[in-house]
Ligand binder design. Structure first.
Ligand code: SF4
Length: 374
């Protein structure tokens, strides 16, 4: 069943088109994982995260500055090329400047029935963030109700919360299995699992998840785990890179990415005021660096993950020109190295030079192996 996650990832557009045909529902393309999927699920709308395709492109140049991160340019390119022509709406929860530019360019240049910019506070640590975001969610709910012509009841919200929570819980259980000496899945498989959950009907994803969880109880990799690695940094669904690293005999056992643990780490704690409960979840989730100030909560969180998962080395990646992660990386590098976790920094673009990176990763693994001997 675990293969299903890759199949979904590879055939994401066909999946959504079939879903629409079968269910007749609306599809919302979204740009940032601060988007409250609970409300979309409550309204029977399919949330689909907009991602790039990792192919070189030349269509975004007139619309978005070349010094914006390759990920957001790749996302916009998908819209300009018509790959997401099945979307009924697009939305963003306010995040970094780069992805906001991709969203507003999409709004301007690609015809779409509905679009919504949800103001999510950057100063998430302010005591005013919770009432503010709760109010924003209320406005958003109203807008969705007007668009679909259908009220969202408290029961609908409970169902939306439980469906998304269950998805998070299942992914966390599978991540838990990666703590052992012989993780039953690779980092690449874990990435397929999380990224596919950002584009597949959550109830269907949950069903496959439950079967996968059972299957993994008796599964072992067909090779030793090798060096236990963590990968962290900017947005990353670069499956080719993960596959290359793991082909060298190492295994990614954990990550800190919005396409990984950061997406699902905490649940909504149910509360009478459903919207406030949802808002609290997004405020308390492991933060994106664009929202992690004045206190840097990400640093101890990432170090804890590294320790809990027995990480021997960390690969820090940054999408070229990604300011939020660029600011974070020196502090992470220092903290990890002070805690005897060596790091390797790599800068990603739309396509990565796999051959060159392989040489650097081989040297890094060699160093970890030597350290292990002493
Ligand atoms: S946080 Fe970084 S990788 Fe993500 S959209 Fe912004 S600039 Fe790009």
């Amino acid at each position: 069943m675990i293969e299903m996650f890759q199949e979904w990832y590879d055939n994401r557009h066909e999946y959504v088109k079939n879903w629409k045909e079968k269910n007749g529902g609306k599809v919302m393309g979204y740009f940032c994982t601060y988007v409250p999927e609970e409300i979309l699920c409550a309204a029977d709308i399919l949330p689909v995260r907009i991602l790039g395709s990792h192919e070189p492109q030349d269509v975004t140049e007139p619309h978005i500055f070349g010094m914006f991160c390759p990920f957001c340019r790749d996302c916009l390119a998908q819209g300009l090329k018509g790959r997401y022509d099945y979307l009924d709406g697009i939305m963003i929860a306010q995040s970094c400047l780069h992805i906001r530019q991709a969203f507003t360019s999409w709004q301007l240049h690609i015809p779409i029935e509905y679009s919504y910019y949800m103001t999510t506070p950057h100063h998430i640590q302010s005591p005013r963030a919770l009432p503010y975001l709760t109010g924003e969610l209320k406005e958003f709910q109203k807008s969705i109700e007007e668009w679909t012509g259908k009220p969202i009841t408290e029961n609908d919200l409970d169902r939306g919360i439980e469906t998304v929570n269950k998805n998070r819980r299942l992914m966390k259980q599978i991540y838990e299995m990666r703590k052992g000496d012989n993780p039953p899945l690779t980092g690449l498989e874990a990435m397929y699992m999380v990224v596919s959950s950002q584009m597949i009907d959550k109830e269907e994803h949950n069903r496959i998840h439950e079967e996968t969880l059972n299957e993994l109880q008796n599964r072992t990799l067909d090779r030793p785990a090798g060096e236990r690695l963590m990968i962290l940094g900017s947005e990353d669904d670069d499956t080719e890179f993960l596959s290359m690293v793991e082909s060298l005999g190492a295994t990614f056992v954990v990550d800190d990415h919005c396409t990984g643990s950061r997406y699902f780490w905490n649940e909504v704690t149910p509360n009478e005021n459903r919207l406030e409960a949802i808002a609290a979840r997004y405020i308390n989730r492991p933060a994106c660096p664009s929202k992690d100030w004045p206190e840097r909560t990400r640093l101890p969180h990432m170090l804890n993950l590294a320790k809990e998962y027995g990480v021997q080395g960390a690969i820090l990646i940054q999408q070229k020109f990604c300011d939020p992660h660029e600011l974070d990386i020196p502090a992470i590098k220092k903290l990890f190295e002070e805690n005897d976790i060596p790091t390797l920094f790599l800068e990603f673009d739309v396509t990565v030079p796999v051959g060159q990176f392989q040489v650097r990763v081989e040297a890094f693994l060699e160093m970890l192996r030597e350290e292990d001997l002493f």
